[in-house]
Design a protein around this ligand. Structure first.
Ligand SMILES: [Zn+2]
Length: 437
């Protein structure tokens, strides 16, 4: 009888531990996702960043995060907010294009074009709204589109002439978002900043200008924390700080022989559509019957790798895309894919293989549900989505991420791991008891 009681108590303990919810079982905490475009994983290591350093003590830091293959702003941001690979969400470039009509729409103009973003995959805003939450997007890529006819509750979209580095505006945007949380009861806001990407492109990642913008970002983190306190959100707001990709220094003459693709194939004769001169990632549609010729010609070109779409490595998670044209070109780190002439002026760029350390990006998080002083091993950005759903206590839409990768960042990550430990404990106690019998 005594043994049965012990057994009962143990089983009760196991089920309690396994089912323990996040903090504040009744009320769910709010979530702010901030993205600083093009924040390479190591940008805080050669600059004095007291506020970012404080986040490490007060929250969670991942050593770095790996973006999806297609290390570009729109594709990567959309993977974070959907938890889907690029081949599934089909936002396969910053530019909206149609390879059949040769239509090309520049990045900023795509931001409100639902036909580019809405391909049957629901981003977090919409999934959360469908479960009764109130959400907003402040300049976050994809936030300005409609999904199956639904708009984000509140969406601000960057204008074409928006200035990226205005610190006064950065603070105003923080204030606005804080009031959305504290006065209008929004549950989820995604906030986007166009730096340090802009400076990384214009000046290069290894310049004093880049260090200066990182210090500006550090000041805005300090301002954010002060604003969270001022709005009395410290105990109810979780914050995730991340980015879409890194940045690398562009290799130029005379240091290297720059790539000019037209030297290896007659682009006009062999291709009916192309997006080149756009950093390390290029796409081509060969004219009918010319696919092998294009592939062979580019296979001989140095400092790049050419792929037929259907032979793309599985790990790229791009091959299933219907939108991608039949030929994909990835330049070696630092090379630009110039088409005919060198008109390209960037000193830094991205779009390279996501295995390159220069393409890795940052992850920091703090708030009531996050551990403190916790350094996480690196993970793929695709796993941020299930973490956000867990924080918001909503049922995720189908996705390619895994909560097991990121739930150890949470204070009460508990569930599965705690249950496993308790079951192990139960089994050892049982075996002890039976041995004693
Ligand atoms: Zn960029």
């Amino acid at each position: 009888m005594k043994m049965r009681l012990e057994l009962f108590l143990l089983i009760a303990a196991v089920s309690c531990a396994a089912g323990k919810p996040l903090s504040k079982a009744a009320g769910r905490n709010k979530l702010l996702l901030i993205s600083f475009d093009g924040f390479r994983w190591d940008y805080d290591q050669d600059v004095d960043t007291p506020n970012l350093d404080q986040l490490v003590t007060d929250g969670v830091k991942a050593k770095y995060v790996t973006p999806p293959m297609l290390t570009m702003t729109s594709p990567s941001h959309f993977t974070t907010i959907t938890g889907r690979w690029v081949e599934d969400h089909e936002v396969v470039h910053n530019m909206m294009y149609n390879a059949k009509t040769n239509q090309k729409v520049p990045h900023k103009q795509t931001l409100s074009r639902s036909e580019w973003w809405d391909n049957g995959v629901l981003p977090l805003w919409i999934t959360a709204q469908n479960q009764g939450l109130k959400t907003a997007s402040f300049y976050y890529p994809g936030g300005g589109a409609n999904y199956s006819g639904q708009a984000v509750n509140r969406a601000l979209v960057e204008t074409f002439d928006h200035v990226d580095d205005n610190e006064t505006e950065w603070r105003q945007n923080i204030d606005m978002v804080m009031s959305w949380f504290s006065e209008e009861d929004f549950h989820l806001v995604t906030l986007y900043y166009g730096e340090p990407d802009n400076v990384g492109h214009a000046k290069g990642p290894d310049t004093p200008d880049r260090k200066k913008i990182i210090q500006q970002i550090d000041r805005i983190i300090g301002y954010l924390r002060e604003a969270i306190n001022r709005h009395k959100l410290t105990d109810s707001l979780n914050v995730i700080l991340t980015s879409d990709h890194g940045m690398t220094t562009v290799k130029k003459r005379p240091q290297v022989d720059e790539i000019i693709l037209n030297k290896y194939l007659n682009l006009l004769k062999l291709a009916s559509f192309e997006i080149l001169d756009y950093g390390g990632f290029g796409i081509l549609t060969p004219r009918p019957g010319k696919e092998q010729e294009v592939f062979d010609a580019l296979s001989n070109a140095p400092n790049l790798t050419v792929y037929k779409k259907n032979e793309l490595p599985e790990s790229f998670r791009l091959a299933k895309s219907e939108r991608l044209p039949p030929i994909v070109v990835v330049a070696d780190l630092g090379f630009n894919l110039n088409s005919r002439f060198i008109v390209y002026v960037n000193k830094g760029d991205h779009g390279y293989h996501n295995g390159e350390m220069d393409m890795k990006t940052i992850f920091r998080a703090f708030g009531p549900d996050f551990k403190k002083n916790f350094l996480s091993e690196p993970f793929d950005s695709i796993h941020v989505y299930p973490l956000m759903c867990k924080l918001l206590q909503i049922e995720p839409a189908p996705h390619n991420g895994s909560l097991t990768v990121t739930e150890n960042l949470l204070l009460h990550s508990g569930g599965s791991q705690r249950a496993r430990l308790s079951v192990a404990l139960l089994l050892s106690v049982l075996s002890f008891m039976f041995t004693a019998l």
